[in-house]
Ligand binder design. Sequence first.
Ligand code: RB5
Length: 153
Amino acid sequence: MKLAIGNDHVAVEMKNTIKAYLEAKGIEVINVGTDKSESYSYAISAYKVGKLVASGEVDGGILICGTGVGIGIAANKIDGIRCCICSEPYSAKLSKQHNNSNVIAFGARVIGIEMAKMIVDEWLGAEFEGGRHAVRVGMIMEIQDTQELEAAK
Ligand code: RB5
């Protein structure tokens, strides 16, 4: 498995810890975030991770900023990205099972490192269930692709 990870200046330490945690499990992690404490706009990392995921170059993405919100919203603007912004593992797991999330985002100012590890573990361990959820994810992608939704007409 190969993942991309990105962050802003607020989340350098958490990014490094999560990266090392995943690598210790044998997962390859491409770091596209900043490694410095100088101000760094979260949208840059969101864009880089989102593009790697959308192109299929990596199997998924992890994004960390102060809250996870800005970096997650930015990632969701990229075609094909379904980023789950969350602070606990239940949402992370269900976002893969039901929404086929391909990126996860959380906040270094919101959660601790052990919660972050648990979120990542639950998300990576889950699988998309398909079926009725595939129909709904299809609607999400229809909105993205057409800015319309036939089912709502
Ligand atoms: C940076 O100050 C902060 O705005 C950013 O890390 C993030 O929380 C934005 O959503």
